[in-house]
Design a protein around this ligand. Structure first.
Ligand code: FES
Length: 57
């Protein structure tokens, strides 16, 4: 599933970035060489990162 339409970032990419230590969407997107544009995806990306880090904890 695509999380960020502007950057074509998939849920899997965000979860992998979270597991690699990215604690917020900005860092996760930066690790993928991208950055937010419209910002609509950020709340969902934030949730994904929080859930992934909760699983890893
Ligand atoms: S959908 Fe992610 S920045 Fe627009």
């Amino acid at each position: 599933m695509v999380v960020c339409v502007c950057n074509a970032i998939r849920e899997r990419d965000v979860r992998e970035a979270a597991r690699a230590g990215c604690c917020d969407p900005l860092k996760a997107y930066a690790s993928l060489g991208r950055r937010p544009r419209c910002g609509q995806c950020l709340p969902f990306a934030r949730e994904l990162i929080a859930s992934e880090r909760a699983i890893a904890a």
